[in-house]
Design a protein around this ligand. Structure first.
Ligand code: AMP
Ligand code: MG
Length: 492
């Protein structure tokens, strides 16, 4: 096996930050998928990881030379309740490598067995959630949304006990950081300001380099994290994505989507859509995501207070000023994105009203989120010839035409020809998203029949979400009534 060029900087932070933990071996690992494109970027592909070693490595049975597997320590607010002791209970940071752009990438495996943070858990992952995370995170990447990537997925040859016995799996994920808001909370909860500072320095060094130029790099860090989260959540909203468990331990410090559990893309638009079986009060509903983002960021700001200024009063003021920028940032990221999705390149005062009205009509008419924007990007300004497809998404098609008249009037102010606008719109309005019923079908085939072809076919379509692919209509269309997935599960 060729050497993987590890560069394990997290391990150098000191033993307060983790517990060294080797992955626990599994009986009979088999590789489901390896992401060659990503492997190439990380310098991992080629001879070494095409070999049978790959199943052994990505199940945890073989720890490659230079890896220093460890379970990361973190706390977190789960559904608003603070839990001081979470941490990687079923995951390990295998090691870190330098990516193609020179920045550090964390290689993190989930389902690798018990750690010091497992509490009552078995440290394992079921195959279904592994497939779901791989499909959705890779789809997000191809849509252009910041996210952890899927590097590999394996079956373990062992069962895990959930509400029933399920086949086990391990997913290997890559991100620019697996440090979470909850990692800062962990040390703050222990009044360990020195470690908070060390963690902040580490994050600035690896993920927020430019903050080093500021008078107070920690204030710059907080502001930048706020900015990246505002941008990230605006992007989720633009694709109808619902994360489902925005606990502070599931908010990455690097602004990437992290920890795919009961996440889902909505089919029919509903502003307060919830899929997660455990989110009974809709804390993490679609329309709550922007404000929950701020809630989580406020917990981060609290954890950074001692670094922001010498006296607490000033520190609180600085934190509040930084947090106050969030709403404006979010609104402008959202509106910029929505303008792009509706074909508007200039700013007009009433654009938000026009877009809000479109969403209100989509909701009353039960229009499919993704198809709405995709079909919109096919329309012509001076002819209704292509309107049929959008109309068909509306239970009352006249309501679409009522809105479309205003939209067309607005488009006339743009002075752009149809072809140019349509082409531009099609770069931001996907044809394909990982629809829940398709994910479910991929999981069913794998779990029930050991058939991974459904998974692979879906994965392949999602590699090019903005391109119409011949013969792939089934992936484009919403579920039939009997295929609708009403609930998703986190699968822990
Ligand atoms: P999650 O909901 O996956 O973000 O996990 C929340 C916390 O529970 C984290 O500390 C996980 O490591 C831990 N956890 C989840 N599932 C398991 C499991 N099967 N065994 C041990 N710990 C787990
Ligand atoms: Mg988590």
């Amino acid at each position: 096996m060729r050497q993987i060029p590890f560069n394990n900087r997290y391990a150098r932070l000191g033993s307060d930050f983790y517990v060294k933990t080797a992955p626990s071996p599994v009986t009979n690992p088999e590789l489901i998928i390896f992401n060659h494109e990503l492997g190439d970027e990380l310098g991992l592909s080629g001879a070494s990881l095409n070999s049978p070693d790959s199943a052994a490595i990505f199940s945890g049975n073989l720890v490659p030379d230079g890896a220093e597997p460890l379970a990361m320590a973190y706390s977190g607010h789960q559904f608003g309740q603070f839990n001081p002791q979470l941490g990687d209970g079923r995951a390990i940071l295998l090691g870190q490598v330098t990516g193609s752009e020179g920045s550090l990438c964390d290689i993190h495996m989930k389902g690798t067995g018990q750690t010091a943070f497992s509490r009552n858990g078995d440290g394992r992952a079921a195959l279904g959630p592994v497939l779901r995370e791989y499909l959705v995170s890779e789809a997000m990447a191809k849509l252009g949304v910041p996210t952890t990537r899927g590097l590999a997925a394996v079956t373990t040859g062992e069962n895990v006990a959930r509400e029933r016995l399920l086949p086990g799996g391990v997913i290997t994920r890559v991100a620019s950081s697996f440090v979470r808001v909850g990692t800062f909370q962990y040390f703050m909860a222990r009044d360990d300001i020195e470690s908070v500072t060390r963690l902040a320095d580490y994050v600035i060094e690896n993920n927020y380099h430019q903050a080093r130029e500021s008078d107070n790099p920690y204030i710059a860090l907080l502001k930048e994290v706020i900015d990246r989260q505002a941008s990230l959540i605006a992007q989720w909203m633009q694709f109808g994505f619902i994360h489902g468990v925005m606990n502070t331990d599931n908010m990455s410090i690097s602004g990437e989507t992290i920890d795919y559990g009961p996440c889902a893309f909505m089919d029919e638009y509903a502003h307060d859509q919830v899929y997660s079986s455990i989110d009974r009060r809709g804390r993490y509903a679609y329309n709550n995501q922007p404000s929950i983002g701020l809630w989580d960021l406020t917990r981060l700001a609290e954890s950074l207070l001692p670094l922001l200024a010498e006296d607490t009063e000033t520190a609180v003021e600085i934190a509040q000023d930084a947090l106050k920028t969030y709403s404006g940032l979010y609104e402008s990221y959202w509106l910029d994105g929505m303008r792009e999705k509706t074909g508007l390149t200039t700013n007009h005062g009433n654009d938000k009203i026009l877009i809000d009205e479109m969403f209100a009509l989509m909701e009353t008419n039960k229009a499919d989120f993704t198809l709405m924007f995709y079909y919109l990007s096919k329309l012509e300004i001076d002819s209704l010839d292509c309107d049929e497809n959008v109309q068909a998404l509306f239970s009352n098609p006249e309501q679409f035409e009522y809105w479309a008249r205003k939209w067309r009037d607005r488009l006339r102010k743009e002075g752009i020809d149809d072809k140019t606008r349509q082409a531009k719109m099609q770069t931001v309005n996907p044809v394909y998203i990982p629809r829940n019923h398709q994910i479910e079908a991929a999981i069913r085939a794998a779990e029930d029949n050991n058939d991974f072809s459904v998974f692979h076919n879906l994965h392949e379509v999602l590699q090019k979400p903005y391109e119409l692919q011949a013969g792939k209509d089934a992936y484009r269309l919403p579920p039939e009534p009997d295929e609708i997935v009403h609930q998703t599960f986190c699968g822990t």
